[in-house]
Structure formats: C-alpha cells, structure tokens
Design a protein around this ligand. Structure first.
Ligand code: CA2
Length: 145
C-alpha cells in the first residue's frame, strides 16, 4: 500500500468562504473527504495537512522523507517565494507533484514563477478542486512504475 501525503499551504483553510470565482465553493474539509474516499477505494494510505506557517510545512516535508512514498503539494502563496520549501522538497527522493486549483499562468505576473516546479515530477494547475483527485491519480501512476 502506497503512502501519499497532500500538503496545503497558507490561506487554503479559507477555501469555499471567499474568492469562490477563483477557487470554487468546496471547503478544504470537503476536498479532504473526497480525497479520503478516493484513497479508500485505491491502494493508498492518505495523509492530509494544511498550515499557514512555512516552518510547519518544512517540518512535514522533512518528516515525509522516511515514511511517505509520494508527496503532493499546493504551497499556496509560498509557491512563488519560499526557498525554504524548495530546499526541503529537494532533499526528498520520492515523487513530488505540484498542485494549484487555479491556473497560475493566466493570473498576475508574480504567480508565474514557481520555486516548486524545479523539484516536482509533475505540475497540475487550473482544474479547480478536481486537481486534487487528478494529482492522486497521477501519483498512483507514478508509483505503479
Ligand atoms: O491556485 C492555487 O491553488 C494557489 O496555490 C492558491 C494560492 C495562491 O497564492 C497561488 O498563487 C495559487 C492562494 C490560496 C488562497 O486561498 C484563498 C481561499 C479563499 C479565500 C482567500 C484565499
């Protein structure tokens, strides 16, 4: 059974409350439930974690080193700024998928740069909350090989 962790960065705890045009109306709890339902039908043991704090995300990434088979990350705004998250991810030897709900490339210029893409095996963005299931499916495929 493969162990996969989904990490969510700052402000994603507010999903479904505001900016519904951009991020949809599902809450992060709704998304977590959908992902857990999916994982219980697949060969996955899923962990789901959100933090607004960069250091807490770095801690989770570090502790995934020895006990996860794949990591999916929506780093929120830290995607565009965090050398610390980039460095922590770079240490991992497991596949990493970068995930965004919105298409960061058709938004403001400052969102076009990602420090995560360089260390990710794949990137999924612009498919709304559906991207969470798409990334789980893609991770499953990566881990099958
Ligand atoms: O599209 C994504 O998933 C993002 O990672 C979301 C981040 C944004 O900074 C990235 O550029 C793209 C922001 C998440 C903020 O979520 C909110 C949800 C509801 C209300 C306000 C913010």
């Amino acid at each position: 059974m493969n162990k996969i962790i989904i990490l969510n960065g700052p402000n994603l705890n507010l999903l479904g409350e505001r900016e519904k045009n951009q991020y949809g109306s599902l809450t992060l709890k709704d998304i977590e439930k959908i992902c857990i339902d999916y994982s219980s039908r697949s060969d996955i043991r899923l962990s789901f974690f959100q933090s607004n704090l960069e250091g807490e995300l770095v801690d989770r990434i570090q502790s995934s080193r020895n006990n996860q088979d794949g990591l999916i990350i929506n780093a929120g705004g830290y995607t565009h700024t965090s050398v610390a998250i980039h460095d922590a991810l770079k240490i991992l030897k497991i596949p990493i998928i970068e995930l965004h709900i919105s298409n960061i490339y058709n938004r403001e210029e400052f969102r076009h740069k990602s420090l995560i893409s360089k260390v990710a095996k794949g990137v999924i963005c612009g498919f709304g909350a559906e991207g969470y299931l798409m990334s789980l499916n893609a991770m499953n495929k990566f881990l099958e090989k």
